[in-house]
Design a protein around this ligand. Structure first.
Ligand code: AMP
Length: 359
């Protein structure tokens, strides 16, 4: 099949690698030609509101998917007139707005941090008081990697946060004193069959993912099964086709959902080397009507993101269980340029990679 991918970043490239391995063809559509997918030489560069270009693109694809969630819902509405789009736009619309997202999660029985929305400074002050300090103020839309958010500890800090965020669509969340952050990935096929991945433990620095470990250490059978049930409910409630990710706070055993990503996820990159079927392969299998693969781990894997600048990596070629991935992007502070996956790492190997990826 010919698979159209909206977006041309590293997630798109990793999806395309999986698609090509399964015998499919790929084409990308983006408003700028992203470096990570250049090697596929198949990108249409046009606006996400360019109806003619979208129609032309859609008519050359058998199915269309997306690799980031800030695609306008209207874009999907145009494309789906000509070709099927997975995941469908409901998941996109919900995940684009932190308020709708939290309301939806709660409506299907998934716990979230306390929250309240605000659209003026007065409302923000009341919302912070109602939620309680400390709290986190976030823009409802277009926030990622910790951008578009401010943590406030007391009422005197609220006005400063209001001015720095410059948005009238805000949500205030209670600050969650989590013991660790986890994520869970699941894939649902067009018949409603679901596979769920082992829980992943994540560490962020400055709001950006730094390290992921899969399977997460010290996970009880109950916790795996509780979170598995959560992601299954989410996939069915959205009538979802493809791979989805839910980011979670573990508050000493109580699990709260932070956000959902209607796509493959950075915390699941190690599934390429460490599991029977990666998150990317299962996404492609789901959207093309193929049977899903099993997500059984054959190794403990740790992944470090390469952020801002590319380290010297010659030394790593001595190791057969360390896998560097570079995305061909120009270095820039805070930018994800690549990642390194380690399988069953010895402490010294992890220290070596951690040293390279230090920020
Ligand atoms: P987000 O953009 O919502 O994924 O937030 C980025 C990171 O900020 C999360 O991975 C957490 O480390 C932290 N964070 C976000 N929301 C909260 C919260 N309500 N309480 C504590 N930490 C948070």
């Amino acid at each position: 099949m010919k698979i159209g991918i909206l977006g041309s970043g590293q997630l798109g490239a990793m999806l395309a690698d999986a698609a090509v391995r399964l015998g499919h063809q790929v084409a990308f559509y983006d408003s700028a030609d992203g470096a990570p997918t250049k090697r596929f030489q198949a990108t249409t560069v046009a606006g996400f509101d360019d109806e003619t270009a979208l129609q032309k693109f859609a008519q050359t694809c058998d199915v269309v998917t997306y690799e980031f969630e800030n695609i306008p819902v209207e874009t999907v509405q145009i494309i789906e007139q000509y070709t099927p789009v997975h995941p469908a736009k409901k998941a996109l619309a919900i995940s684009q707005d932190r308020l709708l997202e939290k309301e939806f999660l709660q409506s299907i029985g998934i716990g979230t941090p306390r929250f309240q929305c605000a659209s003026s400074l007065d409302e923000l002050q009341s919302a912070c008081q109602a939620v309680g300090f400390p709290c986190v103020i976030k823009t409802r839309r277009f926030g990622y990697d910790g951008k578009g958010q401010a943590r406030v500890s007391e009422v005197s800090e609220v006005a400063k946060a209001w001015h720095s965020l410059q948005s009238t669509g805000l949500i205030v969340e209670g600050y969650v004193p989590f013991s660790r952050e986890l994520s869970i990935i699941g894939t649902r096929d067009i018949h409603g069959n679901v596979v769920t991945y082992p829980l992943i433990e994540n560490t962020h620095i400055d709001g950006i993912l730094h390290r992921s470990e899969i399977p997460a250490p010290a996970i009880s059978r109950e916790l795996q099964s509780q979170t598995q049930t959560m992601i299954e409910s989410l996939l069915h409630a959205l009538d979802y086709v493809g791979t989805i990710t839910m980011e979670l706070f573990d508050v000493r055993g109580e699990i709260l959902a932070n956000e959902i990503a209607p796509r493959v996820h950075n915390s699941g990159h190690a599934t390429i080397e460490s599991l029977e079927t990666s998150q990317f392969e299962n996404h492609i299998r789901a959207i093309t009507g193929m049977e899903l693969g099993t997500p059984d781990p054959h190794a403990r894997a740790v992944m470090y993101n390469i952020i801002g600048s590319i380290p010297e990596m010659e030394k790593l070629s001595e190791y057969t269980s360390i896998f560097p991935h570079l995305y061909d992007k120009e270095p820039r502070p805070g930018r994800k340029l690549g990642h390194i996956t380690l399988l069953n790492p010895a402490e010294s190997e992890e220290q070596l990679v951690k040293g390279l990826c230090r920020r």
